[in-house]
Design a binder for this molecule. Structure first.
Ligand code: JFE
Length: 236
C-alpha cells in the first residue's frame, strides 16, 4: 500500500519510522511519503491560509496549494509500478466527517493508495474536496466527537489502525481477529504472572486449565464490560 500525507507539519509524522509500521516500511509492504503543503505554494511567503468569505473567526486553508499538491500526488502514484492504477482514496480528517471505526480501517486496508490531507486553522476551502473527487474517492473522517487543532493526530491514528491490518505488518494475524471491536464487543481482562500481586489475585478459572470454562468466562466478561461501558455497541 502507498500512503501519501500532506501537512504543514511534515515532521509530525517522523515517529512512523520508529513505530510498529517502521518494519512494514522497511519490508516494502507500506510506502509512506509525507509532503509539506508549503512546497506547493507559489508566493514568497509560502502562504497557506486566508480570511474566510462571509466573515467569522480564524483562518481557512487556501485551495491553490492543495490543488497543486493533490494533482502531483495523484499523478505520481498513478505512474507507480506496472499494474492497472486503482483510484486513490483521499481522506480528510475533519470534525464534520463520518466516524472512523474498525470497519472503516478494515475497508481502507484493502486500498492501494491512500492520501491523507491534514488541515489546520478552521479547516480547508470546501472546493478542495470537490476537486479531489475528480481525482479519486473522497472521505471526510472524524475520530470522534471532540475537536483537535488539526488533522495530523487523526491521520496518525488512522494510519496506525489501517496499517496494522495489512498482512505482514502485525506479527500474529490471530491477535487481529481476537481483539476489541472485530466482534463488536470490548476485550476481556488480561492477567499475567505473578498469580498474586500486592494482595490481588487472578480469577481462579484462568488457572484451572479448563479451556471451555475459560472461553465461557472471557465471553461473559466481554458482554458484561460492553453493557457497563459501551451499551451503544449492544443496541442492535
Ligand atoms: C482539522 C478545527 C475548529 C476544525 C469545524 C483541521 N475528530 C476530529 N476532531 N477534530 C478534528 C478531527 C480535526 C480535523 C482536521 C481540525 C480538526 N481543525 C481544527 C477547529 C473547527 C473546525 O472545524 C482544522
Amino acid at each position: 500500500m502507498r500512503i501519501d500525507v500532506v501537512s504543514i507539519f511534515p515532521g509530525f509524522f517522523d515517529v512512523l519510522e520508529v513505530s510498529l509500521l517502521g518494519k512494514a516500511r522497511a519490508a516494502g509492504i507500506l510506502d509512506v511519503r509525507v509532503h509539506d503543503l508549503r512546497d506547493f505554494t507559489t508566493d514568497r511567503h509560502r502562504t497557506v491560509d486566508d480570511t474566510p468569505y462571509g466573515g467569522g473567526a480564524g483562518m481557512v486553508m487556501k485551495p491553490e496549494p492543495w490543488g497543486l499538491a493533490l494533482d502531483a500526488i495523484a499523478t505520481d502514484a498513478s505512474h507507480d509500478g506496472g499494474a492497472e492504477a486503482s483510484r486513490s482514496v483521499f481522506l480528510f480528517p475533519s470534525p464534520a466527517g463520518e466516524v472512523f471505526r474498525q470497519a472503516t480501517a478494515r475497508d481502507l486496508s484493502h486500498a492501494d493508495h491512500l492520501v491523507f490531507g491534514c488541515g489546520r486553522y478552521e479547516g480547508i476551502d470546501e472546493r478542495v474536496f470537490a476537486h479531489a473527487a475528480t481525482l479519486g474517492d473522497v472521505r471526510l473522517m472524524s475520530l470522534g466527537d471532540y475537536v483537535l487543532n488539526g488533522g495530523e493526530v487523526a491521520a496518525m491514528a488512522m494510519i496506525e489502525a489501517i496499517g496494522r491490518l495489512i498482512p505482514g505488518v502485525v506479527g500474529n494475524p490471530e491477535s487481529l481477529v481476537e481483539e476489541s471491536h472485530e466482534d463488536g464487543l470490548l476485550e476481556y481482562p488480561s492477567y499475567t504472572k505473578p498469580s498474586e500481586w500486592r494482595g490481588l489475585g487472578v480469577p481462579p478459572v484462568l488457572l484451572s486449565g479448563n479451556h471451555g470454562a475459560i472461553a465461557a468466562w472471557r465471553h461473559d466478561q466481554q458482554v458484561e464490560r460492553t453493557r457497563a461501558r459501551r451499551p451503544d455497541l449492544l443496541a442492535d
